[in-house]
Design a protein around this ligand. Structure first.
Ligand code: CMP
Length: 148
C-alpha cells in the first residue's frame, strides 16, 4: 500500500551533518520525497507534535531539545512507507537499536536519537499539518517506480 510518512532530522542529526546520509538511505530504499523544509520549530508546534508525551517526565527536555536548533522535516511516500521508515530508523533508544539502522549506526542514547518518524497513519495525520500545508506537497512521480 502506498503511504506517506513524516521524518524529522533532529537538531543533533543536523549538527552532526547527517542530513545527506539519512536522506540517501531513505531515498535509496525506494521512497520519494514529496516535501522538505529546513526550519526552526516553535515551542507551540513542538508541544503539539509531542502531545502524546505531555505527561511524561521527559516532555520538557524533549520540547527544549527539538526547538534547540534547526531541523529538517521531510514527507516521504512509497510502499508501506510508515513501517519501512520505522525499520530503517531502528529502535527509539540508540544504544539498543540494531546495527544497520540509522539510530543503530549513529545514536547511543534515547534523548539524542537523530531522527523522528511517524509510527502510524494516525500519527502522520496528527503530525503532517504541524509542518506542512497540503499545497506544499509535490506528488509528481519520479518515473522509476516500476523498479521498486
Ligand atoms: P521520537 O521518535 O522523536 O518520539 C518521542 C521521543 O521521546 C523519542 O524519539 C525519544 O527521543 C524521546 N524519549 C522517549 N523515551 C524517552 C525517555 N525515557 N527519556 C528521554 N527521552 C525519551
Amino acid at each position: 500500500m502506498t503511504e506517506r510518512t513524516l521524518v524529522l532530522i533532529k537538531p543533533d542529526g543536523i549538527r552532526r551533518r547527517l542530513t545527506g546520509e539519512i536522506i540517501k538511505r531513505l531515498e535509496s530504499k525506494g521512497l520519494n520525497i514529496l516535501g522538505a523544509k529546513f526550519m526552526l520549530l516553535s515551542e507551540e508546534k513542538a508541544k503539539k507534535h509531542y502531545e502524546v508525551h505531555k505527561d511524561k517526565p521527559f516532555f520538557k527536555d524533549l520540547v527544549g531539545y527539538i526547538t534547540s536548533g534547526p531541523i529538517m522535516a521531510i514527507v516521504f511516500e512509497g510502499k508501506n512507507a510508515i513501517s519501512v521508515v520505522r525499520i530503517l530508523t531502528g529502535a527509539t533508544d540508540g544504544s539498543k537499536a540494531a546495527p544497520g539502522t540509522i539510530r543503530g549506526d549513529y545514536s547511543i542514547s534515547i534523548d539524542r536519537n537523530i531522527i523522528h518518524a511517524s509510527d502510524s497513519e494516525e500519527s502522520f495525520k496528527h503530525e503532517f499539518p504541524i509542518f506542512f500545508r497540503e499545497d506544499e506537497i509535490i506528488s509528481s512521480k519520479y518515473g522509476d517506480e516500476d523498479l521498486f
